[in-house]
Design a protein around this ligand. Structure first.
Ligand code: A3P
Length: 285
């Protein structure tokens, strides 16, 4: 089966690390100078990874262009990621798609900086549909409509977008937690990156910032062999993904794919599940 269900959450069987499914995992300790990137899949994770690397390298793309993206910011819950993190003392850039209840408890007492990126779930759904079709390790739907239903039911990798989002939003207000949206990053990349720099206590000169903006742009990332996964230097990526991770890189693509009935059905579920939250939090509106 493509999904391994763990505490009610479907995870990708082929990628998940055995440690994650054991007691070993709960002992993982986050360090004060770690930066943890949290996302529901397809919310702009890799874009943010590229940006974080460039912030720490002051806009110099050398590091981003020399290591594959999954080694620059390893995945906590995946086989290779967990090993990379354990074998090196850090500080680390760490990524995870896990829902809040599955994180090692040390996160909640550590001063590690947490960056949470949210994206319009309609675009997350469309992006996930196309991503699934290039990822043999994912469960394959027969149609867009079927994937649409799976998404609303939470029967896709990492479970329900709604529950995932409600969970991570409970960290709002903590000093070490920054919430951003894909849409604001897209609309005004420079100001949003400045906000991230401020959060991380970093300052970039004008030329450094311009270099960062260039190297984290959709076009450059699409061509960066170490970022787009397709032509990457290891066999891992070749078997993992059949096409580029950088597909379209825009906000609002759902309008090209949802039928009127799907848009209405989505709104109904959204309103029901997210009823308790202030609309201001939905930063894509
Ligand atoms: P689309 O499929 O809508 O194009 P993740 O990294 O969480 O898997 O998210 C992937 C999505 O982010 C894809 O969305 C991808 O194209 C988009 N993306 C990646 N790099 C980007 C960039 N530099 N600018 C804008 N969007 C980017």
């Amino acid at each position: 089966d493509k999904h391994t269900w763990f505490e009610g959450i479907p995870l990708l069987t082929e990628l998940i690390s055995p440690e994650f499914l054991s007691e070993e995992w709960k002992k993982f300790v986050f360090k004060e100078d770690d930066v943890l990137l949290l996302t529901y899949p397809k919310s702009g994770t890799h874009w943010m990874k590229e940006i974080l690397g460039l912030i720490y390298e002051k806009g110099d793309p050398k590091w981003n262009h020399s290591l594959p993206i999954w080694e620059r910011s390893p995945w906590l819950e995946f086989k290779r990621g967990y090993r990379l993190l354990k074998d090196n003392n850090g500080p680390h850039f760490i990524s995870t798609h896990l829902p809040i209840q599955l994180l090692p408890k040390s996160l909640f007492t550590s001063k590690a900086k947490v960056i949470y990126v949210i994206r319009n779930p309609r675009d997350v759904l469309v992006s996930g549909y196309f991503f699934t079709s290039i990822m043999p390790v994912c469960k394959q739907p027969e149609s867009f409509e079927q994937y649409f239903q799976w998404f609303l039911q939470g029967n896709v990798m990492y479970g329900s977008w709604f529950e995932h989002t409600l969970g991570w939003m409970t960290m709002r207000g903590k000093e070490n937690y920054l919430m951003l949206s894909y849409e604001e990053l897209k609309r005004d990349t420079r100001s949003t990156v400045e906000k991230i720099c401020w959060f991380l206590g970093k300052k970039l000169e004008r030329a450094e910032m311009n270099s960062l903006l260039k190297h984290s742009s959709f076009e450059v990332m699409k061509d960066n062999l170490r970022s787009n996964y397709t032509h990457a230097a290891t066999s891992l990526a070749a078997t993992l993904m059949r096409d580029s991770l950088m597909r379209k890189g825009i906000s609002g693509d759902w309008k090209n794919h949802f039928t009127v009935a799907q848009a209405e059905a989505f709104d109904r579920v959204f309103q029901e599940k997210m009823a308790g939250l202030s609309p201001e939090l939905f930063l894509w509106e």
